[in-house]
Design a protein around this ligand. Structure first.
Ligand SMILES: Cc1cc2nc3c(=O)[nH]c(=O)nc-3n(C[C@H](O)[C@H](O)[C@H](O)COP(=O)(O)OP(=O)(O)OC[C@H]3O[C@@H](n4cnc5c(N)ncnc54)[C@H](O)[C@@H]3O)c2cc1C
Length: 455
């Protein structure tokens, strides 16, 4: 069938392998007698080893057959022991915040019993989220929380209409501003395999190159799906289905833990525990995390208590997953779980460590004062060191609004909505919770008063 093509490239036997620049194959030809051709015949390809040797010699490389190929090889952050790399994670923290909010809406997770934990977590975000635009976005949602999710939303009669209205109403509330999420849409296509088993679906194409019209005209038997792909930076896995959201969520939680004040530490602890318990869709994670939260019997008194608790809790998860991922090969091969921070990242955190070669784990004797210092620097200043909030500085009036939100405390002279925004953003998280409770009580009393009047 392809005799012309074979003639063009002097294919006299099979298999025959030629090596050359792609354009030369598209339009050129090859003749073994021709001198100075850019196309060459690969004369030793009897086994995979031989072929790879041939290629290694040709391009001066040293690949071996054991080398693995990673989907995101070119976009991974390297050098895990560089503390400055966490600065890139601020964008992932924003993505994770927006992602969490999206999941809550998508799965209709705001119910009468989950309303309070969500408000508490929002209060924490408003005051201590490391990204300014997420603080502003959460403040807006919090101010409008009662309008967005009125208490009567949860009555059976009004439930359906309200859920339908909910999406529209929420479109204008972007928790971290218009820039987030920054992903792009990818069209996935699946078609029925030409296979006697009609139930078997093969996912055909997962690339922006799989354009819709092309697939449509080619095969009518396919189904299409659209999926948003997020640009993870610090949390980018070497495979498309590893790391990402849960990594971003951990970084968010650590960054909150080092930002709260001593007096807020226990409130922040319960806000985090309740948030994970009610809104993290990984059942196993929720259960384990809840057990670890429940084991805390003495209230936290300091930021140090909270930060170190979260750090050691995360290490317990790492330790468990280390074994699990090794046994089941479910982890990311480029980012194996470690007891963190490794010595290279924080030498002063390690007093001594004993490695267990059989299990691949190590028992570390920590200098907790140094660990706390490291956490504060790493998830505090370094995390936000390269952060640029484009949306807030686009024009002067935006800048003024932003400045208002972060600096003004003059709640008396401004309208209630703005006063709440300022209060939410500038007062401490503990005071905020108290302020919120007062608001709720006032609302309850006025409601009761109203009912009494009606009687
Ligand atoms: C609350 C919570 C509970 C989870 N529970 C489970 C579970 O039970 N089972 C499960 O399969 N998955 C669980 N996950 C997901 C899992 O922990 C990882 O997030 C996921 O496997 C991705 O791992 P990763 O390599 O990106 O690193 P992650 O563990 O996500 O860590 C993200 C980054 O945090 C830093 N870090 C690592 N350890 C620490 C530490 N001790 N202190 C401070 N910073 C640290 C590192 O820079 C790391 O790259 C949970 C996630 C969360 C947020």
């Amino acid at each position: 069938m392809n005799t012309n093509l074979c003639d063009r490239f002097s294919v006299g036997h099979y298999p025959m392998l030629l090596w050359g620049p792609p354009p030369k194959f598209a339009s050129g030809k090859w003749d073994p007698k021709q001198e100075k051709s850019e196309i060459q015949s690969i004369d030793d390809a009897r086994t995979a080893d031989h072929l790879l040797n041939w290629i290694n010699k040709r391009i001066g490389s040293s690949f071996s057959l054991g080398d693995e190929k990673y989907e995101n090889e070119n976009t991974l952050l390297r050098n895990d022991s560089d503390p400055e790399q966490i600065a890139r994670a601020i964008y992932d923290v924003e993505e994770a915040t927006a992602g969490a909010f999206d999941i809550i809406l998508e799965h209709k997770m705001i119910k009468s019993d989950t309303r309070a934990p969500l408000i508490k977590f929002f209060q924490l975000l408003v005051t201590h989220h490391p990204s300014k635009r997420c603080r502003r976005g959460s403040a807006e949602i919090l101010i409008n929380f009662d309008n967005l999710w009125p208490s009567d939303l949860f009555s059976v009669d009004s439930q359906e209409t309200n859920i339908l209205q909910e999406r529209d109403r929420l479109k204008s509330y972007l928790i971290c501003g218009k820039e987030v999420p920054r992903g792009y849409w990818v069209w996935f296509s699946a078609w029925l395999q030409v296979d006697p088993n009609p139930a078997k679906l093969i996912w055909g194409c997962a690339s922006v190159l799989c354009e819709k019209p092309f697939l449509k005209s080619k095969n009518n038997n396919h189904q299409e799906k659209r999926k948003r792909t997020i640009f993870w930076i610090f949390c980018r896995g070497s495979k498309n289905d590893t790391r990402g959201f849960s990594c971003g969520l951990w970084v968010l939680l650590h960054s909150l833990s080092v930002r709260v004040t001593d007096g807020e530490s226990h409130l922040a602890f319960t806000a985090i525990c309740d948030f994970i318990h009610n809104f993290f869709i990984c059942e196993e994670c929720r259960r384990h995390f809840n057990d670890m939260c429940s084991s805390v019997s003495v209230p936290f008194k300091t930021t140090r208590d909270l930060s170190l608790w979260l750090w050691s809790t995360h290490n317990k998860v790492n330790e468990r997953l280390m074994k699990e991922e090794r046994a089941l090969k479910t982890g990311d091969p480029r980012f194996p779980k470690v007891i963190w921070p490794p010595e290279k990242l924080c030498p002063s955190c390690h007093l001594s460590s004993i490695s267990n070669n059989r299990t691949g784990t190590s028992q570390v004797d920590w200098n907790e004062d140094e660990v706390f210092k490291f956490l504060v620097q790493y998830y505090g200043k370094t995390l936000v060191s390269s952060y640029k909030d484009a949306s807030l500085s686009r024009n002067r009036s935006d800048e003024l609004v932003a400045d208002d939100i972060t600096t003004s405390t003059n709640a008396v002279a401004v309208p209630l909505g703005a006063a709440m925004a300022i209060a939410f953003a500038s007062c401490a998280f503990g005071a905020l919770a108290c302020f919120w409770r007062t608001q709720q009580k006032n609302r309850k009393y006025s409601h009761q008063l109203h009912s009494l009047k009606n009687i």
